[in-house]
Write a protein that binds this ligand. Structure first.
Ligand code: HPA
Length: 267
C-alpha cells in the first residue's frame, strides 16, 4: 500500500469513510476555520510523514468532516519550503487528500500587497502566479507526469464560484498575480520593485508549490490571499511575522464568509 493510502486509511478510521470533496489549506493566522469543521481533528503527529508545522500562527491538525454541508479536509497548517529546504513538503498531505477522494483544493495564505489600492485586510483571488523562487516541488519526480502544464493552473470554474460567493456576501475580492518568494527573510524594497515590474500584485512564501503539486495530482485548485501588509518599501510600516499574525484576522473573517458561502452554494 502506498504511504498516502495508508494515511487515508488512518484518517477514514477516525473520520469515517465518506469521500472528501474539497481540501482547504489555511495560511498564517487563518487556522481557526479548522475548528468550525463538524468532524474530527487529527494531529499531524498522528499521521506519519506529515510535516511538523513549526511556524507559529499555524495549527498542525487535519480536520475532516462537514463544513456548510460539504465533506472537507482542512489542513490547519502547512509546511513551507523555508522550514526544511524541501519544496515538496506538502506532497504527502496532498496525496492523502486525493486518496480521501477529493478532487478540489482551496489554498489560502497571508501575503504582502504590491498594489497601493489593495491595503491590509484585502482579499485577493489568485488569477495566476509567478514562481519567482525558481524552486519546484517536482524536482526529482521521475515520471513524465512531472511535465505539468500550468497554463490554466488556477481553475476558472472554482474562481468564478469564489467570485460569486464574495459578491453574494458583499465582500470585495480583488484578483491578481501572486509571486512566490522563498523566505524566510522578507523581501527587500528592490526585490519588491522588481516583481512589481514583472507583473506581481502580491507576494508570499507559500501556495505556489501546493498549486503545482495539486495540478500534478490532478486536483483542481484555486487560491486566495489575505493581505496583511504592504510589501517592503511600499509603506512606512515595519514588516514582521508578528505583524502578519496580528493583521491576518482583519481579512480572515471576510475570507471565512466567502469560503462558507462558496461551499454552501456548491451543487
Ligand atoms: N512578503 C512575503 N510573505 C508575506 C508577506 C510579505 O510581505 N506578508 C505576509 N506574508
Amino acid at each position: 500500500m502506498s504511504r498516502s493510502a495508508e494515511l487515508a486509511a488512518i484518517v477514514r478510521d477516525r473520520a469515517g469513510a465518506a469521500p472528501v470533496s474539497h481540501g482547504l489549506i489555511l495560511g498564517s493566522g487563518l487556522g481557526h476555520l479548522a475548528a468550525a469543521v463538524e468532524g474530527v481533528a487529527i494531529d499531524y503527529a498522528d499521521l506519519p510523514g506529515f510535516p511538523r508545522a513549526g511556524v507559529s500562527g499555524h495549527t498542525p491538525t487535519l480536520a475532516v468532516g462537514t463544513l456548510e454541508g460539504v465533506r472537507v479536509a482542512v489542513f490547519g497548517g502547512r509546511a513551507h519550503y523555508y522550514e526544511s529546504g524541501k519544496a515538496d513538503a506538502m506532497r504527502l498531505p496532498l496525496e492523502t487528500l486525493k486518496a480521501l477522494g477529493a478532487d478540489r483544493l482551496i489554498v489560502t495564505n497571508a501575503a504582502g500587497s504590491l498594489r497601493p489600492g489593495m491595503p491590509p485586510g484585502s482579499l485577493m483571488l489568485l488569477s495566476d502566479h509567478i514562481n519567482f523562487s525558481g524552486l519546484n516541488p517536482l524536482i526529482g519526480e521521475p515520471s513524465d507526469a512531472r511535465f505539468v502544464p500550468m497554463t490554466e493552473a488556477h481553475d476558472a470554474t472554482m474562481r468564478a464560484r469564489l467570485r460569486a460567493a464574495a459578491g453574494a456576501e458583499g465582500v470585495d475580492l480583488a484578483e491578481g498575480i501572486y509571486a512566490w518568494y522563498s523566505g524566510p527573510s522578507f523581501e527587500t524594497p528592490a526585490e519588491i520593485r522588481a516583481i512589481r515590474t514583472l507583473g506581481a500584485d502580491a507576494v508570499g512564501m507559500s501556495t505556489v508549490p501546493e498549486v503545482i503539486l495539486a495540478r500534478f495530482l490532478g486536483l483542481k485548485v484555486a487560491a486566495v490571499s489575505v493581505v496583511t501588509n504592504m510589501a517592503a518599501g511600499m509603506s512606512d510600516e515595519k514588516i514582521s511575522h508578528e505583524h502578519t499574525k496580528a493583521m491576518a484576522p482583519l481579512g480572515a473573517a471576510k475570507l471565512e464568509r466567502v469560503l462558507r458561502r462558496y461551499l454552501r452554494d456548491l451543487d
